[in-house]
Design a protein around this ligand. Structure first.
Ligand code: ZN
Length: 394
């Protein structure tokens, strides 16, 4: 039997394939021996649950219960059947009571499926039901076709995934990480909500969440570190192919809509092309809106007689109809992914700028304001203009 092709979820499913190996004993992480809860010798673990959403069929609930198994349709189902799993979770695994009673459960992975999308993909698997000639006549009169599945259809592919951080250990552990790296992992604040795949924070913070790096923080106890490493391990495993594909695109100077929200990292230097030449900004915070607009909070040096940090916010929409666009065609783009020539150009300009900034300014002549500082020495004169810094000997 052919596997249903679900274009909307195909890439997501591929990214999640590796995760299945974690949903078992391998997903467990032993509690440290100095942990009071170690008395039960219960390893840390996470749960993967499945939820069906339906906006296609009037008689289906918009949201299903949570299932233990991956939803699908089954032998004998017709085209009005609801996508579903076989085992409904009895417990409310997202409740505070569950978290208190199951301190070994660090987080819950919730995979979401679209009933209508699944039906579209499984359309060819429905077979006509043989009926008598008289029945065919009646069915034609009412423009009805009788079809059903002769065998179970394939498991559905998720269209979305999110993670609920339910344990105190993982929440406080990630809070400590955010304290050490204030620009990273902002989405792991429970006040914001669940973590949403493909977890761009964890793409950019890959090197921060290794055991070695966490050891160097010093702010996490062994319990918290165990939770954070378990969470990071799940994300890095389930998104491994997704992250690898993003890396390959960026290395080739292009970005697709799918990887757009991974393009910008906190602390990136980003470039904006202006009539006066490229201008650089330092990224303080990256946020992706539901409309797939990447919002960057930035700062840059500015000068109005004295130097100061100029703060700005930039919204970068994905508006291209093409599958991929050149990174340097965007409103802003990371300098690390720009051309070598641009990096060298800005580096040289910056060296002169900081000489001017720190010790050699003798005259400032703004073309727009006419503001001017008088020379204070016989050193070469440095002029800051709208197109950059110019130097004259005089
Ligand atoms: Zn439905």
């Amino acid at each position: 039997m052919n596997r249903p092709s679900l274009p909307a979820g195909r890439e997501m499913k591929r990214a999640f394939d590796n995760a299945s190996s974690l949903v078992g004993e391998d997903a467990h992480r032993k509690r440290p021996k100095n942990d009071p809860m170690h008395q039960s010798n219960t390893p840390l673990r996470f749960l993967v649950v499945h939820k069906v959403l339906c906006s296609r069929h009037n008689n289906h609930p918009p949201e299903s219960e949570l299932y233990k198994d991956t939803p699908r349709l089954y032998r004998g189902d017709d085209r009005t059947a609801q996508l579903r799993g076989t085992t409904i979770l009895e417990e409310d695994v997202l409740s505070e009571e569950f978290a208190e009673e199951n301190p070994d459960v660090s987080f819950i992975v919730i995979r979401e499926y679209d009933c209508g999308v699944y039906h579209d993909a499984a359309r060819d698997q429905f077979k006509h039901i043989p009926v008598s000639d008289n029945m065919i006549h009646v069915l034609r009169k009412f423009k009805v076709q009788l079809t059903m599945l002769n065998e179970d259809a394939s498991e559905a592919n998720p269209v979305a995934e999110r993670i609920a951080l339910i344990s105190e250990g993982v929440s406080s552990g990630m809070k400590s990480v955010r304290s050490a790296y204030p620009s990273y992992f902002l989405s792991s604040d429970p006040a914001i909500g669940d973590l949403m795949a493909p977890y761009p924070d964890f793409y950019h913070g890959r090197t921060i969440l290794t055991e070695e790096s966490l050891d160097s923080l010093g702010d996490l106890d062994e319990e918290q570190k165990g939770h954070v490493v378990l969470l990071s391990g799940y994300v890095q495993s389930s998104c491994a192919s997704d992250y690898k594909e993003a890396d390959e695109q960026f290395q080739h100077g292009v970005v697709s809509k799918m990887h757009f929200d991974k393009l910008f990292s906190p602390e990136d230097i980003v470039i904006r092309s202006t009539e006066a030449g490229p201008r650089a900004y330092c990224v303080r915070r990256v946020e992706t809106t539901p409309l797939r607009i990447v919002r960057l909070d930035c700062w840059s040096w500015a000068f109005d007689g004295k130097f100061y940090q100029d703060h700005s916010r930039w919204d970068i929409p994905w508006s291209a109809r093409a599958d991929e666009v050149s990174i340097d065609s965007l409103l802003l783009y990371p300098l690390r992914l720009g051309s070598t020539r641009l990096r060298n150009q800005l580096h040289e300009r910056g060296k002169v700028y900081w000489e001017f900034r720190n010790r050699k300014m003798v005259e400032y002549n703004s073309l727009s304001s006419g503001f001017e500082l008088q020379p204070v020495s016989r050193a070469p004169r440095y002029y800051l203009t709208t197109t950059g810094l110019t130097i004259t000997l005089g």
